[in-house]
Design a protein. Structure first.
Length: 362
């Protein structure tokens, strides 16, 4: 009986020199085995027939042609899996094919896990694409695993990987605007719970999640208030606190335009604060005098710098422009010296809070 996956082929003719020396074309050993599989009922083929072909061409099927022999098995298994089901008859055929081709158990397990796993992964992804896996879908997945004869540990790994990929894609989409709303966060947790998958986050990703949650709060007027002991008036709220240095330009009262990062925030009407991003460039300190070090506070009314040499206050309604750098924020005021507030982390958060606070001034 001819197997539809194996088609008879013509033998390769040897060159003049090979014919003269009576040498055989080794590749013809594979072609003859292919033709044997194409022409005869699989279970009627004996291991001796295969070995006789190998001896005729003086080839070692388990050595130089091992990968080619594995293709014979792979093609047959792929054909059996077309209907996503391995019958007892197909399993018997595969067992016999493995025997006559001299393929070991480890190689068979690898091929089976790969091919059956690919089918299982596709169906798992279809089942969980809505972020849920109900009881009926679980039963279908269990049946598919059994039909494919896929080992439980392989199936579980595929399921967990697919669940992680779904969570990762959802999170990437949710964070594409660099904001994380409470609804998106709840949906993320819901999907993780429904799929019994962990939300695995490294420290950097977790920090970004916290930052994007804060960005959403800033945009939606739900800015968290910090408790600080600096004697603020009753209606004044503190939004930001960090260690910082107060620098003043040593060359010119204004900043040298050649050192600007390109992000220059105009204090004007509109949501200019919405798309503030941390710039890659840093402001060079060599053109600046270090005046003081201390604690920097941002409130809804002013910037407070409590330094070792004294306190400084900048009212928000006196700021005309500001520029954001990786290592701080440069402020321009209506009058007086324009400082550079030097601090090494969360300058983008400070800028968004500053812009929002200014936009909400009476």
């Amino acid at each position: 009986m001819e197997h539809h996956i194996y088609k008879k082929k013509e033998l390769v003719k040897g060159g003049f020199l090979k014919n003269l020396l009576g040498q055989k074309v080794k590749e013809n050993a594979l072609i003859e085995i292919n033709n044997l599989l194409a022409e005869k009922e699989l279970t009627s083929i004996t291991v001796d027939e295969v070995q006789n072909i190998a001896a005729k061409y003086k080839v070692n099927l388990e050595g130089e042609f091992n990968n080619d022999v594995l293709v014979f098995y792979t093609d047959y298994l792929r054909s059996c899996l077309d209907d996503k089901y391995l019958s007892e008859e197909e399993l018997a055929d595969l067992k016999h094919l493995k025997f006559i081709l001299g393929i070991n158990d480890k190689e068979v397990d690898i091929i089976h896990s790969q091919l059956a796993g690919e089918i299982y992964k596709v169906e798992v992804e279809k089942a969980i694409e809505d972020g849920m896996l109900d009881d009926d879908e679980k039963q279908l997945m269990e049946k598919l695993q059994n039909d494919l004869k896929l080992p439980a540990d392989v199936a579980e790994k595929i399921y967990q990987t697919s669940g992680q990929e779904l969570l990762s894609n959802f999170m990437n989409n949710a964070l594409s605007d660099e904001m994380l709303s409470p609804e998106e966060e709840a949906e993320l947790q819901k999907i993780a719970q429904n799929l019994n998958a962990e939300v695995k986050l490294d420290s950097s990703t977790r920090a970004n999640l916290d930052k994007y949650k804060l960005f959403w709060q800033i945009e939606n007027d739900e800015i968290p208030e910090l408790e600080v002991n600096i004697g603020l008036p009753r209606k004044e709220k503190c939004y930001f606190q960090t260690k910082a240095d107060w620098l003043e330009n040593a060359i010119h009262p204004d900043i040298d335009h050649s050192t600007r990062s390109g992000l220059r925030i105009k204090i004007a009407k509109g949501d200019y604060w919405r798309n503030i991003h941390k710039q890659e460039k840093t402001l060079h300190k060599k053109e600046w005098n270090h005046i003081d070090s201390g604690q920097l506070y941002l409130t809804n009314k002013k910037i407070i710098f409590k330094g070792a040499k004294g306190d400084k206050i900048i009212l928000l309604n006196r700021i005309t422009e500001f520029e954001v750098y990786v290592n701080g924020v440069f402020l321009e005021k209506e009058k007086g010296i324009n400082p550079f507030l030097n601090f090494g982390a969360n300058t983008d958060i400070f800028a968004m809070l500053l812009g929002k606070a200014i936009s909400q001034l009476d």
